[in-house]
Design a protein around this ligand. Structure first.
Ligand SMILES: Nc1ncnc2c1ncn2[C@@H]1O[C@H](COP(=O)(O)OP(=O)(O)OP(=O)(O)O)[C@@H](O)[C@H]1O
Ligand SMILES: [Mg+2]
Length: 281
């Protein structure tokens, strides 16, 4: 397979859930690409299908109630659309890993953090000869004290848990990190620290990122390209600065206006060079 194939390629993908009151089409003919080293955002209103796209990209759709009904999903050029759970197990974590909004639901509550990072290293990083040293290195990488190794998830703060989950993900040496609202549950200061950490890691490890976020200020600062989702469809995509300066879709323009109003209200994005929307408001 060509080494220039995108890390993640989603082609006209449609996904349905079998809900209580019938079938819900959560994603309709969505197409998206993330190449090596890129930082890409997926934004859009609640319920538009962003998390469903991310879950599909890791084979994490609920097996009995959700399914890909059309389109293709390729990872490094390999068609994984019809992969079985067994096949996904070999793929999850590397080349694609994920961090979630709620780290507690993905960390094992009865296992020490160090053990969980070690398992991820043992499963995905065959080159790691000294697992303990690699765990210490990963904790250092996500700026957690070495003693965290012996902690249980409930003993950590929200920000620390998110870092611990990040260490588990990085233990797989992913080329692409899917980050689904990784800072939403954190307070503003902890959010800023987490974002700075992600940026630093991306630069140091050359890792690509697909960031799902409600925060357009963050997207403006962290992501070169952006996809905008509205009611299960990707309605607009492009270079972040170009899309934000002159959105083609009325929905995108509205999102940007709202973000700008919020920014003006709390002054949080004063550092953004210039203005990221020239439309209306
Ligand atoms: N397990 C599920 N069973 C049935 N329907 C679901 C399930 N998960 C999501 N959906 C539906 O699929 C649609 C897309 O949901 P999804 O979680 O992907 O949206 P989202 O863009 O991530 O929203 P948010 O910004 O609130 O996280 C919604 O209509 C949602 O109700
Ligand atoms: Mg979501």
């Amino acid at each position: 397979m060509s080494t220039t194939a995108p890390l993640l390629q989603i082609e006209a993908l449609s996904i349905e859930y079998q809900g209580q009151s019938g079938v819900v089409r959560a994603v309709h003919e969505a197409s998206l690409v993330v190449r090596e080293g890129e930082s890409v955002a997926l934004v859009g209103e609640s319920g538009s299908g962003k998390s469903t796209v991310a879950r599909a990209a890791l084979g994490l759709l609920p097996p009995r109630t959700a399914g890909i009904v059309a389109g293709r999903l390729l990872i490094e050029g390999h068609d994984v659309t019809r992969y079985t759970e067994r096949q996904w197990e070999g793929l999850r974590g590397n080349p694609v890993a994920m961090v979630f909004q709620d780290p507690l639901s993905f960390l094992n509550p009865v296992m020490r953090v160090g053990r969980q990072i070690a398992e991820s290293v043992q499963r995905h990083d065959r080159a790691a000869h000294d697992v303990k040293a690699r765990v210490a290195e990963l904790l250092d990488l996500v700026r957690l004290p070495a003693g965290t190794m012996r902690s249980y998830p409930h003993e950590l703060s929200g920000g620390m848990r998110q870092r611990a989950l990040l260490a588990v993900a990085l233990g797989c040496r992913p080329k692409l990190l899917l980050a689904d609202e990784p800072t939403t549950a954190l307070d503003v200061t902890t959010q800023a620290e987490m974002l700075a950490l992600l940026r630093d890691l991306r630069q140091r490890l050359g890792m690509a990122m697909l960031l799902i976020s409600h925060d357009l200020g963050v997207v403006w600062e962290e992501c070169e390209r952006v996809y905008v989702m509205l009611r299960s469809r990707i309605v607009e995509s492009g270079i972040t600065r170009e899309v934000f300066r002159s959105p083609a879709h009325a929905y995108t323009a509205g999102l940007i206006r709202a973000a700008r109003a919020a920014r003006d209200a709390d002054g949080r994005f004063e550092t953004i060079e210039g203005d990221y929307a020239t439309t209306g408001g």
